[in-house]
Design a protein around this ligand. Structure first.
Ligand code: SF4
Length: 217
């Protein structure tokens, strides 16, 4: 698939996405939640379903919504608040360390560069890109499992990992589309283009899809 058709497909899916549940982090950004809350929820969301992330975030933010108050909780208290997100014990440690670093190094603010975000525990490129995009409106491409799978199924990229996908997308796709990719393709991946048994019969971009055309030709 070339860039023109990819952008056409993305635009079609963007319109369609009004019928699907938006990813929980996009919902937070739409409600103009603080960069701190977006960062914390993004850390919680790794390997965790959106519904679970939403409930855990709500519980945690009912007790703490600043780095200063988060660092005052002990690890056991944080674990209890964020359970049952995936890897809750590791994430509780990361959250406490993150709060300390934010207070001690970044004047209690969430930094807004990739380099600085990567100094926070539990923050890799995927999380950092999402925070840059959602909390600071800086063009960034967050490649999670959905973006990786779908861009490869469409044959817009041909990559073996999310990291390589990000690099290829940054090269091929105009910057103005960077931030919408994650919002649109995550909702599409959760609803239609699922990992197993994608609902191709309901898909509005079927005719452009390499995967579909290969299987059904
Ligand atoms: Fe995904 Fe099927 Fe649509 Fe292709 S046709 S994008 S595999 S849902």
């Amino acid at each position: 698939m070339n860039t023109v058709n990819f952008i056409k497909s993305l635009t079609i899916l963007d319109k369609e996405s009004q019928n699907w549940n938006p990813p929980v982090l996009d919902l937070m950004a739409a409600h103009e939640e603080t960069p701190f809350k977006i960062l914390i929820s993004t850390i919680l969301s790794a390997r965790t379903k959106d519904e679970v992330t939403a409930v855990a975030s709500k519980k945690l933010f009912s007790k703490t919504n600043t780095p200063e108050s988060l660092r005052k909780l002990n690890i056991k208290q944080i674990e209890k608040l964020i359970y049952p997100v995936g890897f809750f014990k590791t994430k509780a440690k990361h959250l406490k360390e993150t709060a300390n670093i934010l207070v001690n190094t970044y004047f209690s603010q969430v930094p807004n560069t990739m380099e600085e975000l990567l100094t926070l525990p539990g923050v890799g490129r995927k999380t950092a890109n999402l925070v840059l995009s959602l909390a600071f409106k800086i063009p960034a491409i967050c490649v999670d499992i959905h973006v990786f799978r779908i861009t490869n199924r469409l044959n817009y990229v041909n990559t073996s990992s999310p990291g390589k996908t990000e690099i290829e997308l940054r090269t091929k796709l105009p910057e103005k589309y960077w931030s919408m990719i994650n919002r649109v393709l995550v909702a599409f991946g959760q609803t239609i283009c699922r990992p197993v048994s994608p609902k191709c019969e309901k898909c509005k971009i079927q005719k452009h899809c390499h995967y579909y055309n290969t299987i059904y030709s």
